[in-house]
Design a protein around this ligand. Sequence first.
Ligand code: F6P
Length: 505
Amino acid sequence: MTAEAAGVLLDYSKNRITNETLSLLIQLAEGSGLRSRIDAMFRGEKINVTEKRAVLHVALRAPKDASIVVDGENVVPQVHAVLEKMAGFSKSIRTGEWKGHTGKRIRNIVNIGIGGSDLGPVMAYEALRHYRDRSLAFRFVSNVDSTDFAEAVRDLDPAETLFIVSSKTFTTLETMTNAHSARAWSLEALGGDESSIAKHFVAVSTNASEVAKFGIDTANMFGFWDWVGGRYSMDSAIGLSTMIAIGPENFRTMLDGFHQIDEHFRTAPFERNIPVLMGLLAVWYTDFFGAETVAVLPYEQYLKRFPAYLQQLTMESNGKHVTLDGAEIAYPTSPIYWGEPGTNGQHSFYQLIHQGTRLIPCDFIAFGTSLNPLGRHHDILMANVFAQSEALAFGKTSDQVKAEGTPEWLAPQRVFEGNRPSNTILADRLTPEVLGKLIALYEHSVFTQGVIWQINSFDQWGVELGKVLAQRIIPELETAAEPELGHDSSTNALISRYRHLKESA
Ligand code: F6P
C-alpha cells in the first residue's frame, strides 16, 4: 500500500484497511462523482455555488501555454502577467534598485494580512528559509492585537521598511487596522510626507478601488482574482513576500511542483492517486471510526508552521454542516487538524496518541536529506519517524511486556495496543518544488473529502457572524457615554466589566 507521484511517496500501509476497504472507498469516490467534479474544477466551472465563483487555484500554476477559460476569457495569460510584474518588483528589492523615500535601500519586508493572506506567506517563509536572501528581514503582522504590530516593527528603521498589505478584499478589519497603524508609523518617521507611501507600501488585492482609497498607487498593486480562495492563494500574488525572500526562479519551481501534483490529481487512476487516497483515508477515519482529529507531524524543522497553515486549508474548507443543496448533514465532516514538528511532539502529546483512549490518525512527513546536514542528526531524526509509525501500528503486547521482566502490576501501564493508523509522506528534500507538491497534495485531499461529503469546500460563511457582532460591539467599547447594551446577560456583563477595567487603568 504505497503510491508515488512526482518523486513523493505515500506509504499508507499502516492503516486499518484491506484491499477490499480500499476498493469500497474508491467506489464511494466514484459514486460521489469525484471524477466529474475534478474535471469541472479544472475546466473553470463555477463549482463554488454559494459565491457563484470558479475555483481555479490550479490556474495559478498552469504553464504559459495552457488555456483555462472563465467567463469566456483565458485566465492563464493574466496569471503570467502578474507573475512577471511580481518578478520585476522582487528583483528591484533584492538588488537594492528600489529605494525608500530617503534614498536608502529596503532591508525589511513586513507582510500585513490575516488568514489566507498570512498563513501561507508565513508558512512558506519558514519552510523555505534555507533559500532566502539573508540580507533582508521579513516580518508578518496578522493579529489586530497591537502587540503583533509593535513587536514586528520595534527594531526596524522606517526608511528601510516596505509594507506589503495583503488582502483579497482590502476590507478585512484586522488587516486594515494594522495597515493604518503601519501608515501612521511610517509617515511619522518620514516627515509626514504622503508621497513616501508610494515607496514604502505596496498592495496585494483583488480590490483596486479600496487600494487606491487607502493611498496606495494601483501601479504598486499586485492583483489576483475572485476565483482564488484566500486559503488557496499562497501561490498567487499573495506570495509576493515569498518571492522576494527566495527569488523569482525558486518561486517558479515551487509553482512547477504544485502543477506536477495538479496533473497527477487530474489524471491518475484513483487507486494510485495520492490526494484521493489521502482524502479517502480521512473520510474513512472520520465517518467510520469516529476519529475527531488528524495529527500532521512534519519531521523537518522548516515545516514548523505547516500544521497551522493546514488548519485553515482543511477546516475553513470542510468545516460545514449542510450539503451543497443546503440539506442538514447527518455525518461528521472535517476532522480537526493539528500538529507540531517531530521530534518535539514525541516528548509532549505522543503519549496520548500511543496510549490514550482516542483514535488519532497521523500524517508523518519526512525527507531523505537534511538541508543542514550535521553529524548523525538526520539519521537519528529519521529513525524516530520510522520508529513512531512502527510503534503506533504494532504496539507491544502484555506478553512482550512481561517477558521483559516487568512485574504483573505494572504491565498494563506499559502495553501499547497498536493498530493506530498513520501515513508516511517521504520526499528527497525540502526544496521549493517539493513544498509546492506537498501543499497541492493536501489541497486536493481536502477537495476529495468535500466531494464525498457533498459540501462546498470553497466558501466560509461560518466566519461572518462573529465579524458582524464585533462591528456592533466596537462602538459600545469606544463610546464615552455609558451605552445601552442589548446583548445577552453574559455579554452585557463582560462589556461593562471591560469598560470598567479600561476606565480604571
Ligand atoms: O477568515 C475569513 C477570511 O475571509 C479568510 O477566508 C481569508 O483568508 C481571510 O479572511 C482574509 O481575507 P482577506 O484576504 O480578504 O483580507
